[in-house]
Design a binder for this molecule. Structure first.
Ligand code: ZN
Ligand code: FE
Length: 248
């Protein structure tokens, strides 16, 4: 059982994802940032869209739900919070699994950016779609939850196998790097930043990343090592607050 991931940039800094279960040919669309871009991406592959998997309710993640349902007849699945803003057929919660042909995505609650944010994980494919929870060298802003909740969510992601490939919803890495280098001077971070700069100069994506790479260099996952706060969640809150106030 394998999946094929088609990644494409859209809006100002989002990534859209179409994921095909190779066995059945069924296709899922992770979030719906931009109907036109998603429809064009499906057309280039000759794919339909059977399923939408929303990570959270924000417009750049669920805003085109209706358009994708109307165009492809896709089933709309996501956390209950989506329903207050956009159409949803099937509410998912932590511990659920969602089938796409032979592929099963486990639903992980990763609240904090929004209260109901979820990630979609396929262990056999070593693949997770992390929405706005985790970014290369960064993490989502804590809009609705608490820093403690966000830290718990990031800790769940950090507990996954290190070779897990994590697909984030935005290309924020260069800005994240500018902040990361103010709180961490490690050689491994400096090497990674040089690589990120090179990729972006060439117009190449820095997404996806891996859990192992983020554990080694992401200042939010490394917060307990970087902040004087003895409590890990408070250390995270400290680093997050510094980033929120950071003027790059
Ligand atoms: Zn968001
Ligand atoms: Fe977003």
């Amino acid at each position: 059982m394998t999946i094929t991931v088609h990644q494409f940039p859209c809006l100002s800094d989002n990534y859209g994802y179409l994921v095909r279960d190779d066995e059945s040919g069924k296709v899922a669309c992770i979030d719906t940032p931009d109907a036109e871009a998603i429809i064009a991406a499906a057309a280039t592959r000759g794919w339909g869209i059977d399923l939408v998997l929303n990570t959270h309710w924000h417009p750049d993640h669920a805003g085109a739900n209706l358009a994708i349902k109307e165009r492809f007849g896709a089933c709309l699945a996501g956390p209950e919070e989506v329903r207050a803003h956009y159409p949803l057929d099937h509410a998912v919660k932590d511990g659920d699994s969602v089938s796409l042909g032979e592929t099963r995505f486990e639903v992980l609650d990763t609240g904090g950016h929004t209260l109901g944010h979820v990630c979609y994980y396929s262990a056999p494919d070593s693949t997770i779609f992390v929405g706005d929870t985790l970014f290369p060298l960064g993490c989502g802003r804590v809009f609705e939850g608490t820093p403690q909740q966000m830290w718990a969510s990031l800790s769940r992601l950090a507990a996954l196998p290190e070779d897990t490939v994590a697909y984030s919803a935005h290309e924020y890495t260069l800005a994240n790097a500018r902040f990361a280098e103010t709180v961490d001077k490690s050689a491994v971070l400096m090497r990674r930043i040089a690589l990120v700069e090179e990729l972006r100069l060439q117009g190449l994506p820095t997404v996806p990343t891996t859990i192992g790479e983020e554990k080694a260099t992401n200042p939010f996952l490394r917060a307990p090592m970087l902040s004087p706060e003895p409590d890990p969640a408070l250390a995270f809150a400290d680093i997050r607050a510094r980033k929120d106030g950071f003027k790059g």
